[in-house]
Design a protein around this ligand. Structure first.
Ligand code: SAM
Length: 329
């Protein structure tokens, strides 16, 4: 294990780490040191197992319990159906992924447990029309369908290859005839608001962002430097995606914005800019949800009520994940 750890530690990209060190010491203060310890230690990482209610397996649940996993949200969120099952455990480690087999539904999806928070915050109800604006590879689309049966479910992904990956995920998890309710498109999310105005009750904007966890392991200095340059352009793209999502929402509908970065410029700053520039949106309080799941997640303190930031911690190595909720008036 030590040899493996040394090998993994060696791959940390110093350019990215130096950048994060400077930015996050300022933005997160004392909290950054323990976040850094988790992000730079892949052997501390955990994985959550989201069960597919369309392919239930008692044997799988027994195996998970035997391996020390427990359900992540038992009874903490009243609107979650009993069929929504996600297993986690405090000890680090991986769980084998299931291979894609044509014609066979998968039993589970592996993910970072914090990725479920945007979906839970969206609170999709049966019959609602839903848009997943940036959907590939489809983890949150699959999770949404474990929570409710939407009226229409539109999953969009701009990138060609990732869009194919999204389609494959949906085919692997969702059976007939439910799969016929799902529309997969390959549009620029920035244009969907104009193409489909006021069509949806709920929109998820799981935005392209600087992925702190993977960026720390950039393959070389060139890749890391390029990513750090591109990082500056992301807030503008995120703002445009949000503006488009707002247009796509029916009045009274709500959206959730999420990223997997700690960067304030891509999180609170983008949401504040939206709140200051769009008079038809207001913040939605998600502090009750955060409180309900606070046993399993560590949040940055001092955030506003409409937002949360999950900080990875040893034993709760989930995140980074920023979540904010807005409502269209
Ligand atoms: N929601 C996904 C999940 O849970 O599996 C992860 C989404 S990932 C954070 C962001 C995605 O947005 C990427 O797949 C990226 O290709 C896509 N993207 C980037 N620019 C986009 C755009 N202009 N419109 C739509 N999608 C875009």
């Amino acid at each position: 294990i030590l040899t493996k750890e040394r090998k993994l530690q060696k791959q940390i990209c110093q350019v990215a780490l130096d950048h994060f060190e400077k930015q996050y010491t300022t933005e997160l203060g004392e909290a950054w040191a323990s976040v850094r310890d988790v992000l730079t230690c892949p052997l501390c990482w955990q994985c959550a197992i989201l069960l597919n209610k369309f392919s239930p397996s008692t044997e799988l649940e027994n195996t998970l319990r035997m391996k020390g996993y427990h359900p992540a949200f038992p009874g903490s969120l009243p609107y979650l159906p009993a069929s929504f099952k996600c297993y986690i455990r405090r000890t680090p480690g991986r769980f084998p992924a299931q291979k894609h087999q044509a014609g066979k539904l998968k039993e589970y999806y592996l993910l970072n447990a914090a990725s479920l928070l945007p979906v839970l915050a969206l609170e999709v109800k049966d019959g609602e029309d839903v848009l997943d604006l940036c959907a590939a590879p489809g983890g949150k689309s699959v999770a949404t369908l474990q929570c409710a049966y939407p009226g229409q479910f539109h999953c969009n992904e701009y990138d060609d290859l990732r869009s194919r990956w999204l389609k494959q995920t949906i085919e692997s998890f969702i059976p007939d005839p439910l799969i016929n309710l799902i529309m997969v498109s390959k549009l620029d999310g920035r244009q969907i608001g104009d193409l489909k105005p006021e069509l949806y009750d709920k929109v998820l904007v799981d935005a392209p962002c600087s992925n702190d966890r993977s960026w720390l392991f950039s393959s070389d200095i060139q890749q890391a430097t390029l990513r750090l340059i591109q990082r500056k352009e992301l807030p503008s793209l995120q703002f445009q995606l949000l503006r488009s999502a707002i247009k796509a929402l029916r009045p009274g509908g709500s959206l959730v914005y999420s990223t997997c970065t700690l960067s304030k410029a891509e999180n609170s700053d983008v949401i504040n800019l939206i709140l200051n520039s769009c008079s038809n949106v207001m913040p939605v309080d998600i502090s009750e949800m955060a409180k309900a799941v606070s046993q399993e997640f560590t949040f940055l303190s001092g955030m506003q009520q409409h937002e949360l930031l999950v900080l990875p911690e040893k034993g709760k190595a989930w995140g980074p994940m920023y979540v904010a909720k807005l409502k269209k008036m």
